[in-house]
Design a protein around this ligand. Structure first.
Ligand code: 5RP
Length: 310
């Protein structure tokens, strides 16, 4: 492998332990302002130093990432459809390799839609992107995107990952599934697992742990980090599994500890409003009153035998 390609790859997959923690913030390229990613700049800033690389579009990189950052960028170069359009699989290459070099990308990424209407187009595009990218020592990450109608099981994901690797992708991103070992075994290049939809933090850490145990080199997680109530706590907990070899219990305990001390969650100034109020001197007025001797007068009365007569 050429020096440049190897050097770029080693920014994404750390050579000392062959592991990778990628933070995904590219969702807007077809979803628009995704929940809790409405302001990418604010989301990215506190998380940037905790990930090994950041997966994003050129628009977000230009507008929302500090150019002084040393975090490697994985630049999404495909697009063309939106969530409200006809078919999400109708993607093309939208960013040139020259632009990726100008943006100092460490890797370029695109989706392939195996088994969908535009399968042919996306797979051919992957091959062409590899041709172009390798001229400049730029690695290619293939995202195995799954259409709504296709199941995310080991049989299908093995097929999609293998197709991507055969086209020359240097890294493949896919979803975790049962029997994930089978997907890893039949894919000759490193696999990174996407987090998927938001699930409880402990479950997302379990997914991370299972994926690593099954042979994935790491994670490309988005929603389960920045849609968490405590994104920094969550990325640190995931990191402790990927780079610190924590088990799920240890990682979740770390998450809870960091979440409990999360200073970024400003207390609501109205929350304890009444607690800080001076005590109302009249508040317990009646409590201090001497008992009214007549108060329970009726209760002590002998029952009237005619009371319930109709
Ligand atoms: C969107 C992507 C995302 O980068 C990928 O799905 C990872 O994000 P998440 O963990 O939220 O699934 O490729 O098309």
């Amino acid at each position: 492998m050429e020096w440049g390609l190897q050097n770029r790859l080693s920014r994404i997959i750390k050579p000392h332990n062959n592991r990778a923690l990628m933070l995904a913030v590219d969702h807007g390229y077809f979803l628009g302002p995704t929940e809790k990613l409405e302001n990418p700049k604010k989301v990215i800033a506190p998380l940037l130093r905790h990930c090994d690389s950041l997966m994003l579009t050129r628009g977000v990189q230009r507008t929302s990432v500090d150019p002084a950052s040393e975090t490697p960028m994985v630049l999404r170069v495909s697009g063309g459809s939106s969530i409200i359009g006809d078919d999400l699989s109708q993607e093309d290459i939208t960013v040139s390799i020259e632009e990726a070099l100008r943006l100092n990308a460490s890797c370029v990424a695109m989706s392939i839609f195996v088994g969908s209407k535009y399968e042919y187009q996306t797979i051919v595009n992957l091959g062409k992107l590899v041709n172009e990218a390798e001229k400049y020592g730029m690695p290619v990450l293939a995202v195995t995107a799954v259409g709504k109608e296709l199941g995310k099981d080991a049989r299908y994901l093995s097929l999609a990952c293998r197709v991507a690797a055969e086209q020359g992708a240097h890294i493949v991103k896919t979803y975790y599934c049962d029997n994930f070992e089978k997907v890893v075994e039949s894919c000759p290049v490193p696999i990174i697992v996407a987090g998927g939809k938001k699930i409880p933090e402990r479950d997302a850490l379990q997914l991370t742990y299972n994926a690593i145990k099954a042979g994935a080199v790491g994670l490309d997680m988005g929603r389960n980090i920045w849609q968490s109530e405590h994104p920094v706590a969550m990325i640190k907990a995931a990191r402790s599994i990927i780079h610190g070899n924590s088990n799920v219990e240890q990682a979740y305990a770390l998450y809870k500890k960091l979440a409990a001390n999360d200073k970024s969650k400003k207390p609501n100034p109205n929350q304890n409003k009444n607690k800080s109020k001076k005590p109302n001197p009249n508040q317990n007025k009646n409590k201090s009153k001497k008992p009214n001797p007549n108060q329970n007068k009726n209760k002590s009365k002998k029952s009237n035998p005619n009371q319930n007569k109709k």
